[in-house]
Write a protein that binds this ligand. Structure first.
Ligand SMILES: [Zn+2]
Length: 117
């Protein structure tokens, strides 16, 4: 499953960040997931609950924000969110070839608890 690899990488980053802060536990991890990233957030959430077992992130909350697709029209430079699969500029009808966002898969936030809290 594709999602396990993504979450494993994200968790490695979170564990690294937690270590720098001397955290005893990770309580939350939040990601941004583009609509074009080709991942199912619910599957990520499930994968997260599996890969965090027996780590300091076990039981942490997994949250995510969807990033809508944003294209730029080649002709008039207008930025727009396309409908479904048609990447056509709503102003001039040109097909957009530049995709500005919508492919993100990134960790945006982690919350940790330090040992003396
Ligand atoms: Zn246009």
């Amino acid at each position: 499953m594709h999602e396990v690899g993504i979450v494993t990488q994200a968790l490695d980053m979170a564990l690294e960040a937690a270590k720098k802060e001397n955290a005893a536990r990770i309580t939350l991890m939040r990601m941004r997931i583009g609509d074009l990233a080709g991942v199912v957030p619910e599957a990520l959430e499930f994968a997260f609950s599996v890969v965090t077992r027996e780590t300091i992130a076990e039981g942490a909350k997994f949250e995510w924000d969807a990033v809508p697709v944003l294209c730029r029209c080649d002709r008039c430079q207008k930025d727009f969110t396309p409908d479904a699969m048609a990447y056509r500029c709503p102003d001039c009808g040109e097909l957009a070839t530049k995709i500005l966002s919508g492919r993100e898969i990134e960790v945006t936030e982690i919350e940790v608890e330090t040992a003396d809290e």
